[in-house]
Design a protein. Structure first.
Ligand SMILES: Nc1ncnc2c1ncn2[C@@H]1O[C@H](COP(=O)(O)OP(=O)(O)OP(=O)(O)O)[C@@H](O)[C@H]1O
Length: 931
């Protein structure tokens, strides 16, 4: 199946956070974008913060499945120095300090493979790893043991740790391979036997011959050259990557790139190289062994009726296939179909040839003796040099002289190797033959259930996708290995091996057993038994020896493999050297020719002049480019500065607005404060003015009080003189009596006025009792409320007049009261005299009529009260007394004016004269005109 090489790009996170990036990736659209706007479409555009897990999961899972199915896979990492190539493949390291999350593709791949295999117990597998580094076109084995077998993940990690410590640092290529042979019987009873190789390659960061060679191969592949015509053996790296580019592997190329603007040009180069790989198509296929698909057991035996049908169908099928083959051959010759169809047709023909070959081999094997049935003949790949390529032929003819020296050296080394190898084999075989006379060692070969069939025979035919049992290397290494292996084992050693095999298969134990059986029948049974025991012991010992020997053989085989590896590398080195020498000679001949063909010196001069011009132009272009780069950088920095300035400006404008707002706010605050203070000032001024005014008022009030006191004193003097007069003369005239009352009332009014004014001076409310408070208002009855309302409406003069009238009225009332009091006291006196008289009359009556009026004794008081008397004179007096009493009782009490009402009256300095008279129950106040 044609599968194009897949491309992934991973950006290394910038060293400093938020630093400038010259390249970006979009994982959604799978596009990588450069700072200049150039876009690159890839299969995976991994983000800058891509984790190791994400990287692995994004494309390695299909690779793992492919690998388990028996296909080759490959991961090739390109990138600048320190761009994360090693980190991507292996991680930061395998020490305890590193987290599992940071593990790269290789350790994850191994873990996943072992995990999956643990879930497939039916599969037998052998897994090997290799870790090679290519330094200056030389192979350095990092693990030191070539192919290293790993049975579990623990072992694999131990080798990873070892390799991590032993690897070389510097500008070199690293190739890590995992090869696995698997064998399992499917549910249909068919054997599956597969071989797959996963290679992980980290390419050198800086340009070097290997990298150039790889670039050239990539270019050739893109140009459409078929892989068969491309010389992969031009250097070790390209030979190792034969399957990755234009080969059989399912390949992912990862471009590890830096985002630093300083490395922009290198980044572009890497990106372009990765994109070139996108055009390469690999032919991915399952690597099968010859015994693959052979039925191990049949699920159900076919019914005998179908046997004929099956035979017929097979015959028909063979006819059809051969017809198709003829047709396809014609099509191939005519070249009338597209390239893709052509490759499909050739693929079909190839498979057909493979099937024919298998069938022929099977038939020939069936015809042969059992001792030759050690395994299927080894099948070589069609790229083997049995059919040397054009390039090889050319090179052979061209550089025969220079190569002979190296060829001789190689021959010598090969000879030396052969000798050593033969000696080793001869020694081993001698040992073996000495110890084992004719024992069967087939048991030891099949005893290990884990071990798979071992490489035993040479290749003799060309076939590409089928591998022989025991083959554990893949690609170019395998081919070279086979090539050398074919020459490495000398005919002598092969003879020895065949002879030893013949002996191994010789059924010696069966003869002994037959002899023993014969002996059992004879009478010498004891002897026979002894002999049998001894023979059996011998047999056991020999078996042990045989096992030992087989082990030794396998170790010597691995040694042989190593030696072959060594030979391969040496041969390659020699080839390379030869090629380089031939190139040199070729270039030399070219210059000679050119010299001989010199046409015109002027033309050459002209060309040289043009060349120098071109060089200067190039220099100028470079200078301009550099200038442009510098300008761009400057522009970028200026842009950044501009942006910063803009941000600053924005900030400043924001702050200025804030400051303005603050200022407006403070101004408002101050104006408020000022107005507040102004109002306070005004209040204070008012207060001051009021204070001055109040002082004036106070002075006035004090004066008034002073005057009032004077008036009061006068009045008091008047009252006192009149009182004195009354004492002297026992009575006064009516006017004088009234004068006394007026004085008293005026004094009382003046006292109230003085108290009122004093309260005003002291700042107290003039009088709580006088104020028209709410309580007072509430307590007043409706009549009073109406009166107060009317009083409020009166003018000052009217009030004055009214007050004066009331004053006169009060004086009148007091006068009337005084008169009443006097008459009352007179009446009381009169009553006491009457009582005395009544008592005297009672005593007199008692004395004259003591018996007749006894019934009245107990009721004296009642008789008195009723005015009843026995004496005519006293009874008259009693009657008069009773009348007087009734009169008093009928008289209404004298109205009492509350003093507080009187206090309300304002003192009148110039009181108008008024006359108060009493008419029945009414007081009549008449104002008199002033004189
Ligand atoms: N994606 C990444 N995330 C975190 N660290 C990384 C990443 N890529 C690289 N590094 C770190 O950067 C450093 C350099 O990486 P690394 O050694 O893998 O680069 P390299 O390309 O292999 O370098 P060289 O070409 O010199 O071998 C290492 O310390 C590695 O841990």
């Amino acid at each position: 199946m044609d599968i194009p090489v897949q491309i992934a790009v991973r950006l290394k996170p910038p060293g400093i956070a938020d630093s400038l990036q010259c390249i970006f990736s979009n994982p959604v659209t799978q596009i990588v974008i450069t700072e200049s706007g150039q876009t690159f479409h890839v299969n995976r555009a991994l983000p800058v913060d891509c984790t190791q897990v994400h990287l692995f999961n994004s494309f390695m899972i299909p690779q793992i499945n492919c690998f388990l199915d028996g296909c080759d896979t490959s991961v090739v990492v390109f990138g600048q120095s320190k761009s994360g190539k090693t980190y991507t493949l292996f991680g930061p390291g395998f020490e305890c300090i590193h987290s599992e999350c940071d593990q790269g593709i290789v350790p994850r791949f191994l873990s996943e493979i072992f995990h999956k295999l643990s879930q497939m117990p039916e599969r037998e597998f052998i897994l090997h790893i290799t870790w090679m580094q290519v330094i200056n076109n030389n192979i350095f084995d990092v693990l030191g043991g070539g192919l290293v077998r790993c049975c579990n993940i623990e072992e694999a990690f131990q080798y990873l740790q070892l390799g991590w410590r032993q690897r070389c640092h510097g500008n070199n290529h690293t190739v890590f391979t995992v090869s696995m042979e698997q064998k399992w019987v499917g549910t249909n009873g068919v054997l599956n036997h597969r071989m797959s190789t996963a290679s992980f390659c980290e390419l050198a960061a800086y340009p070097e011959p290997g990298l150039f060679a790889l670039e050239n191969i990539i270019k050739e592949l893109i140009a459409g050259n078929p892989p068969k015509q491309i010389n992969y053996d031009r250097c070790i790296l390209t030979a190792m990557l034969r399957d990755s580019f234009g080969g059989r592997a399912f390949t992912w190329v990862i471009g590890c790139i830096s985002t630093e603007p300083e490395e922009y040009q290198d980044t572009l180069k890497i990106l372009n190289l990765c994109l070139c790989c996108r055009g390469i198509k690999n032919f991915v296929t399952v690597n099968l062994f010859a015994d693959n698909n052979t039925p191990v057991y049949s699920e159900k035996t076919l019914p005998s009726d179908n046997a004929f049908n099956l035979q017929f169908a097979t015959a028909q099928w063979i006819k059809l296939v051969s017809n198709a083959e003829g047709l396809f051959n014609k099509i191939l010759q005519s070249k009338s179909v597209s390239d893709a169809d052509m490759s499909q047709v050739s693929e079909w023909l190839f498979l057909k040839a493979e099937c024919d070959e298998c069938l022929n081999n099977d038939i020939s094997v069936d015809n042969k003796e059992a001792n030759t049935k050690q395994g299927l003949p080894r099948i070589a790949e069609d790229t083997e040099p049995s059919e040397p390529s054009e390039s090889d032929v050319e090179s052979d003819s061209e550089d025969s002289d220079s190569e002979t020296v190296f060829q001789d050296k190689v021959e010598k080394m090969m000879e030396y190797f052969r000798e050593k190898n033969d000696q080793l084999f001869a020694d081993r075989c001698e040992d073996y033959l000495n110890h084992i006379d004719s024992d069967d060692i087939t048991i030891s070969e099949t005893s290990g259930s884990q071990s798979l069939p071992i490489l035993t025979s040479q290749s003799n035919s060309g076939r590409r996708r089928t591998i022989q049992p025991g083959e554990s290397l893949s690609g170019a290494q395998l081919e070279l290995l086979r090539k050398v292996a074919a020459n490495a084992i000398s005919p002598e050693s092969q003879k020895i091996i065949i002879e030893s095999h013949k002996k191994e298969i010789d059924p010696e134990p069966k003869l002994i057993e037959r002899e023993l059986l014969k002996m059992i029948d004879s009478p010498k049974t004891n002897e026979i038994c002894k002999k049998y025991k001894i023979t059996k012991e011998k047999y056991g010992q020999k078996q042990i020896l045989a096992r030992k020997l087989s082990k030794e053989i396998s170790t010597s085989q691995s040694q042989l493999k190593e030696l072959i590896n060594l030979c391969i590398s040496k041969k390659r080195l020699i080839d390379d050297l030869g090629k380089s020498i031939s190139n040199n000679t070729r270039s030399k001949t070219y210059t000679e020719k050119s010299e001989s063909n010199l046409i015109d010196i002027d033309a050459i001069k002209e060309i040289k002049r043009h060349e120098t011009n071109v060089k200067t132009y190039k220099k100028q272009i470079d200078q301009i480019k550099r200038q442009i780069k510098k300008d761009e950088k400057r522009k970028n920095t200026l842009d950044v500065e501009l942006l910063k300035d803009k941000l600053k400006l924005d900030e400043l404008s924001e702050t200025s607005v804030e400051i303005k707002d603050k200022k407006v706010h403070t101004i408002k605050h101050f104006t408020n404060r000022i107005t507040q203070l102004d109002s306070i000032l005004k209040e204070k001024a008012n207060d001051l003015a009021n204070l001055e005014l109040s002082r004036e008022k106070e002075l006035m009030l004090r004066k008034e009080i002073k005057n009032l006191r004077k008036t009061r004193e006068c009045l008091h003097e008047q009252r006192c003189s009149l009182g004195h007069k009354r004492k002297l003369y026992k009575s006064l005239s009516d006017s004088e009596e009234r004068k006394i009352l007026e004085c008293e009332e005026a004094i009382e009014a003046i006292d109230t006025a003085i108290e009122y004014k004093n309260n005003l001076i002291c700042g107290r409310s003039p009088s709580a009792s006088l104020s028209d408070s709410q309580d007072n208002k509430d307590s007043r009855n409706r009549g009073e409320q109406m009166l107060m309302a009317r009083l409020d409406k009166l003018s000052h003069d009217e009030i004055k007049t009214l007050l004066y009238r009331y004053f006169q009225k009060v004086v009148d009332l007091r006068g009337a009261c005084a008169a009443l009091e006097a008459s009352a006291s007179a009446a009381v006196e009169e009553a006491t005299t009457w009582r005395a008289r009544a008592a005297a009359a009672w005593r007199h009556a008692q004395r004259s009529r003591p018996t007749t009026n006894r019934c009245l004794v107990g009721n004296m008081d009642r008789a008195l009260s009723l005015g009843l008397t026995t004496d005519s004179e006293t009874s008259d007096d009693a009657m008069r007394l009773m009348d007087r009493m009734r009169q008093f009782a009928r008289c209404p009490p004298v109205p009492v004016i509350p003093s507080q009402n009187l206090r309300q009256l304002m003192p009148a300095t110039h009181l108008p004269a008024a006359k108060v008279t009493k008419e029945k129950n009414k007081l009549v106040i008449v104002q008199q005109k002033k004189h």
